[in-house]
Design a protein around this ligand. Structure first.
Ligand code: AHM
Ligand code: MG
Length: 330
């Protein structure tokens, strides 16, 4: 059972090699603790009156589920106590949570506590996503909104937890992507997927094809050609971003969510909580993520809850789309 390194052993070792102070190990372990708590609640959801809608909408106007609220509370309460962050931002909160307790910390964290939450009630995989930046504001006081308006390429760490047939924590600090599986028996994250690299073949596509009619023509045509230009092409779409990207990263594949309207204005996914961290992971695994017009990691957020398209996966396919899409927009 203990033949795999634990999360703390692995991160401490990596941090020591990079000359770090150990603070990052504590940060990742804290995220791991909240992940374990969410996983535990989720496994008991059917018997603890925590399924269903909470009866409110979040900052983006989405219907919020009870488990969204619960996961958000757990993240905010637990991370606020750690003194590791001078501010937090959550997909579920209108503004940032500035932290007096972490005023001397150098870091801020943005998170989507429970992504894909419309799937929760039906035992379909969902996830938690996080993005960590060094603060831009002066230390000695709580962080400010400008700490969150940084491009994804400046993240110092990002990752996700996937609550699926097993619970996994996947992260990168810019030295590859590493995945840990939760051993429920001993409550430890064990290294199960070191150095994740996207395989060369890109046969899977993941898109909500019900929206095809709302897409611009270039995006419609690109997906049609992807489907018909490869005998092995197959569709896999869960509708939980973390689960769709996780599978595509391990098997090779294209995640396809262009603008949701012909005028190329409306999009669903959130830059700070979903696109930036997942693009960072995809990039570290050898892939690429674009909006069609821009490398997601280069975009400076205009506001906390900005929404944009995401086309992500094997670099050569995503870059091909970007080239065609850009040309049609120039
Ligand atoms: P959420 O953060 O409110 O759960 O929304 C994000 C989710 C993604 O996980 C998923 O890919 C997408 O919404 C699905 O949206 P749609 O049902 O419009 O295709
Ligand atoms: Mg989300």
């Amino acid at each position: 059972m203990l033949e795999h390194p634990t999360l703390s052993q692995f991160v401490l070792d990596q941090e020591a090699k990079a000359g770090g102070s150990g603070q990052f190990t504590d940060i990742l372990l804290d995220i791991g603790v909240v992940g374990k708590a969410i996983s535990y609640e989720m496994n008991r959801a059917g018997i603890s009156d925590i399924l269903g809608e909470a009866g409110v909408e979040n900052a983006s106007g989405d219907v919020v589920q009870k488990l969204d609220v619960r996961s958000n509370e757990m993240f905010i309460k637990y991370l606020s106590k750690t003194e590791h962050f001078c501010a937090l931002a959550s997909e579920e909160e209108e503004g940032i949570v500035a932290l007096e307790s972490g005023k001397n910390s150098d870091y801020v964290i943005a998170f989507d506590p429970l992504d894909g939450s419309s799937n929760i009630d039906y035992n379909v995989s969902v996830g938690t996503i996080f993005s960590i930046h060094k603060r831009l504001s002066k230390p000695g006081r709580p962080g400010t909104i400008k700490d969150f308006l940084q491009p994804g390429k400046d993240q110092v760490a990002a990752g996700y937890i996937i609550y699926g047939s097993s619970t996994m924590l996947v992260y990168s600090t810019g030295q590859g992507v590493h995945g840990f599986t939760l051993d429920q028996g001993i409550g430890e994250w064990m290294l199960s997927h070191p150095n994740i690299t996207i395989p060369k073949a890109c046969d899977i596509y993941s898109a909500n094809e019900a929206y095809t009619r709302t897409w611009d023509e270039v995006s419609q045509r690109f997906l049609e050609e992807f489907k018909h230009g490869n005998d092995k092409a197959t569709s896999r779409h869960i509708g939980s971003l973390v689960a769709d990207l996780h599978r595509n990263m391990l098997k090779g594949g294209l995640y396809f969510r262009p603008y949701d309207d012909h005028k190329k204005k409306s999009a669903k996914l959130r830059l700070n909580y979903e696109l930036k961290p997942l693009a960072y992971i995809i990039n570290q695994a050898g892939g690429y993520a674009t909006t069609g017009l821009d490398n997601i990691l280069e975009i400076i957020p205009e506001d906390l809850h900005q929404k944009l398209p995401m086309i992500a996966g094997n670099a050569y396919i995503v870059q091909e789309y970007e080239t065609i899409f850009k040309a049609s927009n120039s």
